[in-house]
Design a protein. Structure first.
Length: 311
């Protein structure tokens, strides 16, 4: 929903008719998660997606004709499955509801919460009872230690994932916005000192991930010693296998316990075989996503669980 909310609010403010279609429930390998949304404007323009293309045509027709909220079920067991069903084998309920002034104001407040990085939600009532929540959560925070060549590529990947990125480097020539333009914040400071200040201010937690790209002991050791004792969602560090082994031995010598070392992802990233900064960033971003969802990575064709298949 958040990807179209600004356009939806602007269209309504301009006096245009807007109808929302929101995924209210899903089963099996449904294409989009609950809360995904599509908006249909009065000229037939469609924004966003509820299924990656499987049912959008039918939703567009229904939204164009909608005068009251309607809950529509789509799935392979429907009589019209061949026309509008989900070839991936899943099912979903879609709430189709015209946007009135009250709902537009609530969406506007949701956008304001997103911009302020505050948690908020809007409950859309469902015909027959219940509701579907449109939720805003503060973005996950990626801290990158070291403004080397991979930092910009990683910041760009993090932006695609909806993460807020801070790059920290003690080297004045490296810690510049020009060098890492995709970062939300570039800080000139020793990474461990900056991290300590953030921890003291209560700004860190499970929604914070740390990726160390410096692979220099004078930066890495004090930073990782501290980070592995904090309640961070992810801690990873770049380096060759030899560098990583030596770094783990040094951290153990500094008193970092085995259970704390087990939290360290090093060498950072999934084994994609890439070598360029962009490929390295993709590898790291892939591991961040895998850890977020409790996965280890691997080929989808080798798995057995349900999939999210989006067009």
């Amino acid at each position: 929903m958040l990807d179209i909310i600004d356009a939806v609010v602007a269209a309504r403010a301009a006096g245009r008719r807007v109808v929302l279609a929101v995924v209210a429930a899903t089963w099996a390998s449904s294409p989009r998660p609950v809360g995904s949304a599509m908006a249909v404007l009065d000229d037939g323009t469609a924004l966003g997606s509820v299924s990656g293309g499987c049912v959008e045509g039918d939703v567009l027709v229904r939204a164009t004709e909608a005068s009251a909220p309607e809950l529509v079920h789509y799935g392979v067991t429907d009589d019209d499955a061949a026309a509008v069903g989900l070839p991936c084998g899943g099912a979903l309920d879609v709430l189709i509801t015209p946007l009135d002034d009250e709902l537009a104001a609530r969406l506007d407040a949701l956008a304001a919460a997103r911009d302020a990085r505050r948690a908020a939600h809007v409950a859309l009532p469902l015909p027959g009872g219940g509701a579907v929540d449109l939720v805003v959560r503060p973005p996950e925070h990626l801290v990158v230690a070291g403004a080397g060549t991979a930092a910009e590529a990683l910041a760009a990947q993090a932006r695609l994932l909806g993460m807020r990125t801070t790059v920290v480097d003690a080297r004045e020539a490296f810690a510049t916005e020009h060098r890492v333009p995709s970062a939300d914040e570039v800080v000139l400071d020793w990474p461990h000192r900056w991290l300590a200040a953030q921890a003291a201010a209560g700004q860190l937690g499970p929604a914070t991930s740390l990726v160390v790209l410096t692979h220099d002991a004078k930066f890495d050791l004090p930073l990782l010693e501290m980070a592995l004792r904090l309640d961070l969602g992810y801690v990873g560090a770049m380096g060759s296998r030899r560098t990583c082994a030596a770094r783990r031995a040094d951290l153990a010598a500094r008193g970092v316990e085995e259970a704390e070392l087990a939290r360290l992802h090093d060498p950072v990233g999934l084994d994609l075989g890439g070598r360029t900064p962009a490929e390295m960033a993709l590898s790291i971003a892939a591991e961040l996503v895998a850890v977020r969802h409790g996965r280890t990575g691997g080929l989808l064709r080798d798995g057995t669980g349900p999939l999210r298949v989006s067009g």
